[in-house]
Design a protein around this ligand. Structure first.
Ligand code: HEC
Length: 138
């Protein structure tokens, strides 16, 4: 009887732990923003906007400034990914760091109005999306 009780407790604890981890990936502990909303409303549009905007070299200062805004917001999203207890493990942390460094490098190239350099640096950004999704996007 004791052994059965013990087994029940272990199974209960394990499911509570796995539930806790998946809840963590989907949302932080206290803030309302879900990961899905952050991806759909912040990460994806800014990432896609940079990809689009670099296909041909930006035509004027306003176009460069728009790209700089997108790169900076994408950089900011890498901090939100790590805040509020959302990060579950080292794969997540490493991908967030790669996104942070990659988007900062893209921004530096944009500020230098170096379209080819920005395009090259952008590869590390898209690589970071893939690295996290491979492990954590179900
Ligand atoms: C640190 C981890 C991580 C990084 C980095 C990351 N994502 Fe995600 N992404 C997720 C997770 C987890 C989900 C699934 C969220 C869910 O459905 O609850 C997701 C979902 C998405 C979705 C689907 C949103 C929806 O409406 O269902 C898109 C689009 C997306 N990510 C784009 C990106 C892009 C573009 C990048 C890189 C610039 C990126 N993500 C980087 C973790 C990450």
């Amino acid at each position: 009887m004791k052994r059965v009780l013990c087994a029940v407790m272990v199974v209960g604890l394990m499911s509570a732990l796995s539930l806790g981890v998946s809840a963590q990936i989907k949302k932080g502990k206290t803030r309302v923003l879900t990961t899905k909303q952050m991806m759909a409303g912040l990460v994806k549009p800014n990432c896609a906007g940079i990809g689009e905007g670099l296909k041909t070299p930006p035509a004027n200062d306003q176009a460069w400034a728009d790209l700089a805004t997108k790169a900076a917001l994408l950089n900011e999203s890498s901090f939100t990914m790590m805040d509020d207890g959302r990060c579950p493990d080292a794969d997540w942390a490493n991908a967030s760091k790669a996104l942070r460094d990659g988007s900062a490098a893209v921004l530096a190239k944009i500020e230098a109005k170096d379209a080819a350099g920005a395009q090259e640096a952008f590869k590390a950004v898209t690589g970071s999306c893939a690295a996290c999704h491979k492990v954590h996007k179900k």
